[in-house]
Design a protein around this ligand. Structure first.
Ligand code: COA
Length: 180
């Protein structure tokens, strides 16, 4: 069972609810986000189906998708989404999406850190993978700041990974300048 809400400083990630639909479709149809993500933009009907699926997954016997609304606690607005799909036992493929008007304010980095904690401490994963096109500097920085290491690249994409052991050893905290 995933803890339903996790907060850090000024944001929280939480399970999606039906009333997220307007905000959910806003990021799924945002052309700025779609310019970096091959499977976007989505129509309203497609967003509605995706959100329904994300909610249904919360109660699935063998949950494979963990996607969360990212909420700015100051305004209570949904600013984007983070999450991961379990692609094989113990391994998740993760991603982050922040509406363009909120870019550059640290939301993705903080939300990704919370998502990593869910993946390793609650969902039982041992490894997270992520990738982006070379020109996606912001996503590359999110991965680096969260402790991911580049494990492969081709002419199109950079591929990163973060193991639970690496995360446990405190490299994540060191990478963002936090000391115990
Ligand atoms: C990638 C994304 C989620 C980053 O969101 P964000 O909330 O702006 O990220 P942060 O504010 O946490 O910034 C993370 C780093 O990226 C940098 N950054 C943010 N926007 C940037 C931009 N447009 N160009 C270059 N660097 C940028 C920040 O300066 C920061 O790096 P720094 O600490 O070295 O200064 C957002 O740009 C987005 O939604 N992009 C489209 C979707 C996407 O590409 N998702 C990933 C799919 S692989």
């Amino acid at each position: 069972m995933i803890k339903s809400r996790i907060d850090i400083e000024r944001i929280q990630i939480r399970e999606h609810v039906e009333s997220d639909l307007a905000a959910y479709h806003e990021w799924q149809s945002d052309p700025a986000i779609a310019s970096f993500v091959s499977w976007l933009p989505k129509t309203f009907a497609e967003s509605e189906a995706d959100l329904r699926d994300a909610i249904a997954q919360q109660h699935a016997k063998q949950r494979s998708k963990y996607f969360f609304a990212v909420v700015d606690m100051c305004s209570n607005e949904i600013v984007g989404e983070v999450g991961f799909t379990v692609i094989k036992e113990g391994v998740g493929d993760c991603g982050w999406f922040i509406l363009k008007r909120f870019w550059g304010r640290g939301f993705a980095t903080q939300a990704a850190q919370l998502m990593i904690a869910v993946a390793f401490a609650q969902a039982g994963l041992q490894r997270l993978e992520a990738s982006c096109v070379h020109q996606n500097i912001a996503s590359k920085r999110v991965m680096e700041k969260c402790g991911f290491r580049c494990v492969a690249q081709d002419e199109k994409r950079l591929r990163y990974a973060l193991s639970k052991d690496w995360w446990n050893q405190g490299h994540l905290l060191n990478s963002i300048g936090v000391r115990g």
